[in-house]
Design a protein around this ligand. Structure first.
Ligand code: FMN
Length: 409
């Protein structure tokens, strides 16, 4: 499915017929995007400063976010040669389902505030290319609508430590047909992201003179995303925090909704485990000790992650504790996110023990720059990089990625 939209310049192993059809499938406006990093400049230009800062920024000094890149940069490859690498295949099986590549789109709150119908755009692109996508609890489109667009989407929860709120939410997600429930564990309190305060971005959204000026000077977003959303779909609400619809993005009731998160504990994960019959994932683990508890709590998978450097500053990159976590997983699926921008990053993470990885900001930038076609373009670029890198490493499949292919500089 993925190959239908692949660009000739990016893939060497497709039969010519697919390549020719595929070549014309890349819209002209998207051909100039040659790597995941290329989408950011367009997104930055189009978005009000407060929204660009919300996506791009980390917490406090951005040290955690920087470490996500530094950790990957510390590894190089030891490629093998003369291995006959024809017939390459990067399909990857995760929780019994085979995907086109070993990466997916992680939860990103307020996506539909950044790109028109952002969650739908991301989930459609994922469905069209046979990749998983996770819908955020902080999303603005109902989880039922997203599930209709992509029956393979996962749901991610931000939970208060209150069973009376957790249980009906779990039941709603199950009734909508989701089969994977993700609990994000690294948000007991709101983070300290000073860039948001400086840019006037706050929860709830408030139309200060600074924000008003920021929006009128970015008409692409004002008309193409905000006004279009309000006209076609009404004022956006946080649809999926709880069993019932949450408040609108401009509402002062929002703070009430994100309260009690500091009471969340492993006992609540165990409670969900009893109630939820599908796959259960805990996201936001960096410590091997926590990964062990997750495994002992009956969790099916962990997402090793410092939340893209957006929560605790100086939380170390997931890549640094990944090998230890992989070593104790004992059958539990180990996934990773944070800082992945290249096929080489994907392969480094898999070599160090990840079963699967997730790529955040670049896909949201691609949605802002080019809608669903933009996200598909970004996915295809990463797919093509992995295909090329496998060949240059002297291997043919994801299963052949082994620790001896990477070495610390
Ligand atoms: C704009 C934005 C919103 C996010 N919202 C959520 C969220 O609602 N829930 C969550 O678990 N993680 C959220 N994250 C974190 C991502 O799921 C992911 O861990 C992170 O983006 C990975 O790092 P990367 O952007 O460097 O790839 C968000 C990240 C961004 C950039």
């Amino acid at each position: 499915m993925l190959d239908k939209t692949l660009d000739k310049t990016t893939v060497t192993s497709d039969p010519p017929a697919i390549v020719n059809r595929a070549r014309s499938a890349v819209p002209r406006a998207l051909k100039r995007y040659l790597s995941l990093d290329d989408f950011e400049a367009t997104a930055r230009r189009r978005l009000p400063k407060f929204l660009y800062g919300y996506i791009s920024g980390g917490a406090e000094t951005d040290a955690a976010m920087r470490d996500n890149r530094n950790a990957f940069d510390e590894y190089g490859f030891v490629p093998r040669v003369l291995n006959d690498v024809s017939g390459r295949n990067q399909t990857t099986t995760l929780f019994g389902k085979t995907y086109a590549s070993p990466f997916g789109i992680p939860p990103m709150g307020s996506s539909a505030l950044c790109a028109y119908r952002g969650d739908i755009v991301l989930t459609r692109a994922a469905a069209a290319t046979n990749l998983p996508m996770i819908l955020s609890a902080s999303s603005l489109i109902t989880l039922e609508d997203v599930r209709r667009e992509n029956p393979a989407a996962w749901y991610q929860a931000y939970l208060a430590g209150l069973p009376a709120r957790i249980e009906p939410l779990v039941d709603r997600v199950a009734a909508a047909g989701y089969d994977t429930f993700v609990v994000t564990a690294d948000v007991p309190v709101p983070p300290n992201r000073e860039n948001n305060i400086r840019n006037g971005f706050q929860v709830p959204l408030a139309i200060t003179p600074q924000v008003a000026w920021d929006t009128v000077t970015h008409p692409h977003w004002l008309f193409g995303t905000w006004a279009r959303t309000v006209i076609n779909h009404g004022m956006p609400h946080f649809e999926n925090m709880d069993a019932k619809r949450g408040p609108p993005v401009l509402s002062k009731n929002l703070m009430r909704n994100i309260g009690h998160r500091d009471q969340l504990a492993w006992k609540h994960v165990e409670l969900i485990r009893k109630r939820w019959t599908g796959k259960l994932v805990v996201k936001g683990i960096v410590s091997p000790a926590d990964a062990r508890i997750a495994r002992e709590s009956g969790v099916d998978g962990v997402m090793v992650s410092n939340h893209g450097g957006r929560q605790l500053d100086y939380a170390m990159s997931a890549l640094r504790t990944l090998p230890e976590i992989a070593a104790l997983a004992n059958g539990m699926t180990v996934m990773l996110d944070g800082g992945i921008r290249r096929g080489t990053d994907v392969i480094k993470a898999l070599a160090l023990g990840a079963d699967f990885v997730w790529v955040g900001r670049p896909f949201l930038y691609a949605a802002i720059a080019g809608g669903e076609a933009g996200v598909r373009r970004a996915i295809n670029l990463l797919h093509a990089e992995i295909d090329r890198d496998l060949a240059l490493l002297g291997i043919r499949s994801i299963g052949e990625i082994t620790p001896d292919l990477v070495r610390k500089f």
